[in-house]
Design a protein around this ligand. Structure first.
Ligand SMILES: [Zn+2]
Length: 369
């Protein structure tokens, strides 16, 4: 299967230094595999979107020379696809209507002696699994099967999550009528025949839910690679809320160079942006690790039958430290000695901006539902 990757920004604001890392990483990985790269505007959560941000993001990508192979797609124009997918899941009894408000869920958890962890999510207690018992449906939920979901991230290595225990039956269609991010992403990745997902590490813990949503109707499962995050001054992922300023693209080459430094790429200086991008593709293609294009082509030619049985890859390679480059004084440690394929370097080698699962234990829960 030919490589098809994508960059899928939420138009909550223009690209900043952190989101350009994910954009560049996904573009480079697609190019290094000789594949195609698509752009999808993830505006399914309309209340969070900022008018005009989608066009600005596309302008910023174009200024950086990152142009998609196909016209961009907008999730807000694809709701009939999501509705059809929901109905297919409901027909298999993999989705069911839910009448619970957040308050109902909190009360049910309290009655069962299960409080919400301080920084955790409300784990849905399954109140409506066996029917609504006369109550009115508010949302639709996915019936999560019991058991641990395991997968291998191309950078982070072996990952696992017990979705039933840690998340519970999650929302597919919200009480406000909007489709949930998890469903939209899975439907779009399948519809656009995406073979490789390269995205920011803050999305790592969405992967298990998405794998379950792919498995239920037997959709193909892409390979996943989660890229390092750029952190803001408060140590959290760089975002508009913690001081990220929009990329000013009077010097796109400099912005690209800063993003490539976060990815640990050694790209020789080039006089022009097209030359630099070509050199960056060669650098990405030459990175060591099991996910090199050549090795990956072989893996895809004969995929193991079940991702749960796929062995965890543990490449042991070290690279010399590179000079620190800076994105600007407002960002903490934006560069990396490790490479984006290097997952198991020693703690001493790992700079603080690599918030990988191996460095920080299990990834944080991030609520996107
Ligand atoms: Zn319910």
């Amino acid at each position: 299967m030919a490589y098809r990757g994508r960059f899928a920004p939420s138009p909550t604001g223009p690209l900043h230094a952190g989101s350009l890392v994910a954009a560049l990483a996904s573009w480079l990985d697609a190019r290094a595999h000789g594949g195609q790269w698509l752009v999808r505007i993830e505006d399914v959560d309309q209340p969070r979107c900022v008018a005009g941000a989608d066009r600005e993001i596309l302008r910023q990508l174009a200024a950086c020379g990152l142009r998609p192979h196909e016209p961009p797609q907008w999730q807000s124009q694809r709701e009939t696809l999501y509705e059809a997918a929901l109905q297919r899941l409901a027909a298999r009894d993999a989705a069911y209507p839910c009448a619970c408000s957040r308050k109902d869920i909190a009360q049910a958890l309290h009655a069962a002696g299960r409080e919400k962890p301080r920084h955790g999510e409300l784990v849905y207690p399954g109140t409506c699994r066996d029917g609504l018992h006369g109550r009115a449906a508010r949302a639709w939920r996915f019936r999560v099967p019991a058991g641990v979901v395991a997968w291998t991230d191309r950078r982070l290595g072996a990952q696992s999550q017990d979705v039933a225990e840690e998340v519970g039956d999650f929302v597919l269609k919200r009480a406000d009528g909007l489709f949930a991010y998890q469903l939209a992403v899975v439907v779009d990745d399948a519809d656009q025949r995406i073979t490789h997902v390269v995205r920011g590490e803050d999305l790592t813990d969405n992967t298990a839910r998405q794998l379950l949503l792919q498995r239920a109707p037997g959709l193909p499962q892409p390979a996943y690679l989660h890229t390092p995050l750029v952190l803001g001054p408060n140590g959290e992922k760089l975002s508009k809320q913690n001081g990220a300023t929009p990329l000013v693209l009077d010097d796109p080459l400099r912005a690209l160079q800063a993003a490539s430094a976060v990815l640990g790429l050694d790209v020789p200086p080039s006089p022009s942006q097209p030359d630099w991008l070509a050199a960056a593709v060669r650098a990405r293609g030459g990175q060591s690790g099991h996910d090199r294009p050549r090795e990956h082509a072989r893996e895809r030619a004969a995929p193991p039958p079940d991702p749960q049985l796929r062995p965890a890859h543990r490449p042991h390679h070290r690279r010399p430290a590179r000079a620190l480059e800076t994105l600007g004084p407002q960002y903490r440690c934006p560069t990396s000695r490790s490479r984006w394929t290097s997952r198991r370097s020693s703690a001493a080698m790992r700079p603080p901006c690599w918030r990988s699962a191996s460095a920080w234990g299990k990834p944080r829960r991030t609520s996107r539902a």
